[in-house]
Design a binder for this molecule. Structure first.
Ligand SMILES: CC(=O)N[C@@H](CCC[C@H](N)C(=O)O)C(=O)O
Length: 372
């Protein structure tokens, strides 16, 4: 498939980012494209807003799957692209437009020149939140086409084009979302003694939370607790009755996540007493670590090097991915694809270079055909 065709598809998808399990336009776009391919080797199913495409092999001894996530993020795009998101407030700021386009590129080639084994393309909704991998795996559609091996990629803004990076074992962390709702008593800014100020309570909790990792996690282990969003109050001269914190926790060890949750709960109890308020905790969605199968990563490294791309050993990252659930039950791996963007993942100016689409398709197709 020509680079320009890949670019056109990526740009179309980039314009219509949709949040988890709302990917109806994205699904319709992909289904229309898939229907335009030669159909003799293809079978297509939908599951919620996702799609499963099976390409029959010429001498099938197993099924290998490639998974592409489909959802965008609730971020207002600030790029100067002529093909900016037309869904105000949503953006493909995590590269899922790339992931889907690369799947489409490899699928297009395989539809006319199938591999020996069966290939399953999984277009999976809701990676960012609330997580689609686990429920997709539990669906009748996926159970009927259960693969023997699986892999996926993620764009890496900090790596140059042509560089591929992965590692055996742990690649991404265990994650838990963290939502806290504060309820106190609002009032006039001039009468603080008659109120329970939730701006102060939430600020106090944020500062206290900075000690949780620093003083409860073994320095040789790793964890992160980040609050990415804080909302409270209505007016500059009023005292806020409610506040909400939204964040995420990341750990390399599953047991460290349990420790973080215990300490968060203790901190919340303490803050309720100090500020005479109520605080509820919701852990939202939790993702299982991404743990790569060693022998498959080794085979993958050979495939990358045979294609004259650069293979670089990755460090584990505190990113999360619900693809971890797929790797928990199916041998496989995930890798980083260099896209050389000056701005990183989840940034409102993420601008991956489109030449990386060609590299992605080459590597995915070669992996499907040659992974041992
Ligand atoms: C690759 C990537 O950026 N993934 C997301 C996954 C988010 C999981 C969940 N919504 C959370 O925030 O815990 C990430 O932020 O790492």
């Amino acid at each position: 498939m020509q680079l320009q065709s890949l670019i056109n598809i990526r740009r179309d998808l980039h314009q219509i980012p949709e949040l988890g399990f709302q990917e109806t336009k994205t699904q319709a776009y992909l289904l229309e494209y898939i229907a335009s391919l030669p159909q003799q080797h293809l079978e297509v199913k939908t599951w919620r807003t996702g799609i499963l495409v099976k390409v029959a092999g010429t001498n099938p001894y197993e099924t290998i799957a490639y998974r592409a996530d489909m959802d965008g993020l609730p971020i207002q795009e600030q790029t100067d692209y002529s093909f900016q998101s037309v869904h105000s407030g949503n953006m493909h700021a995590c590269g899922h437009d790339f992931h889907m386009t690369i799947a489409i590129g490899a699928l297009t080639n395989l539809a006319t020149h199938p591999a020996e084994q069966n290939v399953l393309f999984l277009f999976q909704p809701a990676e960012e939140s609330p997580g689609g991998a686990l429920s997709m795996m539990e669906s009748e559609e996926m159970k009927a086409w259960w693969p023997d091996k699986i892999f996926a990629l993620h764009i890496a803004p900090e790596l140059p084009i042509g560089t591929i990076s992965s590692r055996e074992g742990l690649l991404f962390a265990n994650t838990s979302e963290l939502f806290m709702d504060f309820k106190g008593k609002g009032g006039h800014a001039a009468f603080p003694h008659m109120t329970k100020d939730m701006v102060v309570a939430a600020s106090h909790l944020i500062v206290g939370a900075q000690q949780i990792v620093a003083r409860n996690v073994d320095p040789l282990d790793s964890a992160v607790l980040t609050f990415g969003k804080m909302t409270a109050g209505h007016v500059q001269n009023g005292i806020a009755e409610t506040a909400r914190l939204e964040g995420t926790m990341r750990t390399f060890l599953p047991e460290t996540m349990e420790r973080l949750k215990q300490r968060v709960e203790a901190l919340v109890e303490g803050n309720e007493m100090i500020h005479d308020c109520s605080i509820t905790i919701d852990y939202g969605s939790n993702y299982y670590q991404v743990y790569n199968s060693g022998n498959l990563v080794e085979s993958f490294r050979h495939i990358v090097e045979q294609q004259d791309y650069v293979y670089q050993e990755a460090r584990p990252a505190m990113t999360g991915e619900d693809f971890g659930y797929m790797l928990r039950d199916i041998p496989g791996f995930m890798f980083w694809l260099g896209v050389d963007s000056p701005h990183g993942l989840h940034h409102n100016q993420l601008q991956p270079k489109e030449e990386a689409l060609r590299v992605g398709v080459d590597v995915v197709e070669a992996t499907i055909r040659n992974l041992k």
